[in-house]
Ligand binder design. Structure first.
Ligand code: GRG
Length: 304
C-alpha cells in the first residue's frame, strides 16, 4: 500500500525516475535478516559455507526479491475470511508475509544455482569475491547449494499451497534443463535464436516468471492476472539474461564481480554471437574450432 501511495502522488516523469530498489529498501533489509536466519546449519563447516553469500556486502543486487516485493505491492489483496468461523489456520501467515516468503525462497534457489553454476564452470570469483568453490572447494559448494535448496523446500511447504509448491519445484527442473541445454549451445544444430531463447527461459526467466505467478496466486488473483504476472516475469527474465550476456562481452571484471568473456571461454554461444553469426556466416567455422585456444577467442571477438 505504501508503495502504491508513493507512486500515486508522483508525476509520470518522477515515476520513471523512481529507483525500484529504494521503494522496497525496508523490506529488503527484513529479507536479508530473514535469509541469514534461514541458512543457519548445524555443522559449522556447512554453516559457514551456506551463509557465505548471505553476509552483509555480498548479497548481490537482490533483483528477484525486488521484482517480487513490487509485484506483491501491486497485487495486494486482503486474505479471504475463513469460511468455518475459525480465526484461521494457526500456521497461516499474513498475506504479505507469505509473499515475502516467496521472495526468500526465490533468492535461496537463485543462490543455490549460482553455487552449483560456479562449480560447473570452475569459476573462481562471484560478486566481487572468491567463489565458494574457490574458497572452500567444490564438495562444500555443492553441499551448500543442496542445503539451500532443502531450506527453500521447507519454506515452500510452509505456504501450504500445492499449486505454488508445484510451480517453484518445476523451476528447479527448469534451471537444470537450461544449464544442460547450455552445454551444447555451440553445436551446429543448436546455434539458433530459438534454442537460445528456450534455454534462456529455462535458465533465467522461469524462476522470475513462476515466482511472479506465485505471488499472484497467493494474493487470490484470477487465473488471467496470474498469467499476466507470469508473462511480465518471463519477459523481464529474458531481457535480464540478454543484457547479462551482452555485459559478459562488454563489462570488466570489476563491474561484473566475476571474470568477463566467461561465456565464449566456456564455448557457450549467446545472443551477441548469434547476431554476429547472422551477419558474418564465416564466424561459424571459428565457433566450430572451439574456444580452448585463446587465439580463436580473439578471432571470434573481432566479429563482435
Ligand atoms: C541447484 C537450483 C540448482 C540448479 C542447478 C547450475 C544450474 C543448475 C543452473 C544455473 C542457472 C544460472 C546460474 C543462471 C544464470 C542466471 C543469472 C543471470 C545469474 C546472475 O544473476 P544476478 O546478476 O546475480 O541477479 P546476483 O549476484 O546479483 O544475485
Amino acid at each position: 500500500y505504501s508503495i502504491r501511495h508513493q507512486i500515486h502522488h508522483q508525476t509520470a516523469v518522477e515515476v520513471e525516475q523512481l529507483d525500484p530498489f529504494s521503494l522496497v529498501a525496508d523490506e529488503l533489509s527484513v529479507l536479508a535478516n530473514k535469509l541469514r536466519s534461514m541458512v543457519i546449519a548445524e555443522v559449522p563447516k556447512l554453516a559457514s559455507a551456506a551463509e557465505y553469500f548471505f553476509k552483509l556486502g555480498v548479497e548481490g543486487k537482490r533483483f528477484r526479491p525486488t521484482v517480487l516485493l513490487l509485484m506483491a505491492s501491486a497485487l495486494h489483496m486482503p486474505l479471504p475470511e475463513p469460511s468455518d468461523g475459525s480465526v484461521g489456520d494457526a500456521v497461516s501467515l499474513e498475506l504479505r508475509t507469505r509473499q515475502q516468503c516467496i521472495a526468500e525462497i526465490t533468492e535461496m534457489i537463485h543462490v543455490a544455482s549460482l553455487l552449483h553454476d560456479d562449480v560447473l564452470d570452475d569459476a573462481d570469483t562471484r560478486r566481487g569475491i572468491g567463489s565458494l568453490n574457490f574458497i572452500m572447494g567444490n564438495k562444500l559448494a555443492v553441499l551448500a547449494g543442496d542445503f539451500l535448496l532443502s531450506r527453500a523446500c521447507v519454506a515452500l511447504a510452509s505456504l501450504k499451497n500445492t499449486e505454488v509448491v508445484s510451480l517453484l519445484a518445476t523451476v528447479v527442473e527448469h534451471l537444470v534443463t537450461g544449464e544442460t541445454m547450455q552445454m551444447t549451445s555451440s553445436s551446429d544444430q543448436h546455434c539458433s535464436m530459438e534454442y537460445y531463447m528456450q534455454k534462456t527461459y529455462y535458465k533465467t526467466a522461469s524462476l522470475i516468471s513462476n515466482s511472479c505467478k506465485a505471488i499472484a496466486i497467493l494474493a487470490g488473483q484470477t487465473t488471467e492476472v496470474a498469467m499476466l504476472a507470469y508473462e511480465y516475469g518471463r519477459n523481464l527474465g529474458l531481457a535480464f539474461q540478454l543484457i547479462d550476456d551482452v555485459l559478459d562481452f562488454t563489462g570488466t571484471s570489476a563491474s561484473l564481480g566475476k571474470g568477463s568473456l566467461s561465456d565464449i571461454r566456456h564455448g557457450i554461444v549467446t545472443a551477441p554471437m548469434l547476431f554476429a553469426m547472422e551477419e558474418f556466416p564465416q564466424l561459424r567455422t571459428v565457433v566450430d574450432r572451439g574456444f580452448d585456444d585463446p587465439a580463436n577467442v580473439d578471432l571470434a571477438l573481432e566479429y563482435l
